[in-house]
Write a protein that binds this ligand. Structure first.
Ligand SMILES: [Zn+2]
Length: 157
């Protein structure tokens, strides 16, 4: 698996800080890896925040790194910031992505023309630094459409 390039993207992402429950996730993100959960009982791959397996009900979950590739399920263009800290970020695209490994994630879609998006579009994870200036936070996973020449080049990097 190639390591995604680290991007410094405007618009700003509010600085996100880790806690005990999220430190493994953010450690992986800082390495360019997307960490989710996998059920030890039935191998179902689950979203990072999962506490129990929605397939078999087990709470015996462990972290696993996924490909970061997936497909666009649905999206919305956010034009009014839901919270003040996002005021500098609008408009942005909030999307639901289905990872190749199965789970659905609610994500920020970047470098996307909302008028050109279609359900089923291929997307790929990338990582951006949250916060800005002296108030920086953890690396955050975002997704971008793939398929254009520009993105094909980036995948090789
Ligand atoms: Zn299970």
């Amino acid at each position: 698996m190639s390591t995604p390039e680290v991007s410094e993207l405007p618009p700003p992402f509010p600085a996100v800080q880790r806690d005990r429950a999220t430190e493994a996730f953010f450690d992986a993100a800082s390495r360019g890896e997307l960490l989710v959960q996998q059920c030890a009982g039935c191998d179902t791959v689950l979203p990072p925040e999962a506490k129990t397996c929605f397939s078999c009900g087990s709470d015996n979950l462990g972290p696993t790194v996924v490909s970061g590739r997936g497909r666009l399920i649905t999206w919305v263009v956010v034009t009014h910031a839901p919270v003040p800290v996002l005021a500098g970020a609008v408009p942005y695209v909030s999307a639901v992505v289905e990872l190749d490994e199965g789970p659905w994630l609610m994500v920020r879609l970047v470098d996307a023309d909302p008028t050109a998006l279609a359900a089923g579009d291929a997307v790929q994870v990338d990582f951006v630094r949250s916060g800005a200036g002296e108030n920086t936070g953890e690396m955050l996973p975002v997704f971008r459409p793939v398929g254009s020449e520009e993105n094909a080049t980036e995948e090789k990097a």
